[in-house]
Design a protein around this ligand. Structure first.
Ligand SMILES: [Zn+2]
Length: 127
């Protein structure tokens, strides 16, 4: 891997130090990120009906975005791989999908876990 020119390396060290010494800037930026995250999450939830597809549970604290065909299905290959949860980039991308409702649904925590068991999505089933 080619190493960065010295001037860039110095600049990035300087930036890192600067950010460390300006916690208010960090907090502001994190806050903005958080805001966007919630906006896209709300948009996805709204497009998916704001309720569990099976039992109509509506408390969003226990609602989860579910990959209808299982997260390893090739239909989701065009999306960045999500590591467990859903990052901001992932949410933004799916929020804008025309066929969102064909690929994703909302499930309450109970139905999400039950589905995971039925679809054997757990690693320990894969032998
Ligand atoms: Zn449910």
């Amino acid at each position: 891997m080619p190493s960065k020119p010295r001037s860039l390396r110095v600049a990035s060290v300087y930036m890192r130090e600067w950010v460390k010494n300006h916690p208010e800037w960090r907090a502001m930026n994190a806050g903005r990120h958080h805001e966007h995250y919630h906006r896209y999450k709300a948009l996805v939830f709204e497009r998916l009906g704001n309720r569990c597809a099976i039992c109509s549970w509506t408390d969003e604290r226990a609602l989860q975005i579910d990959h209808i065909y299982g997260r390893n299905d090739s239909r989701y290959d065009f999306l960045p791989k999500s590591q467990g949860g859903y990052g901001y980039g992932y949410l933004r991308k799916i929020a804008e999908l025309e066929n969102l409702t064909e690929l994703f649904q909302l499930l309450c925590a109970n139905h999400n876990w039950i589905k995971k068991h039925e679809m054997k999505e757990f690693a320990y089933y894969k032998r």
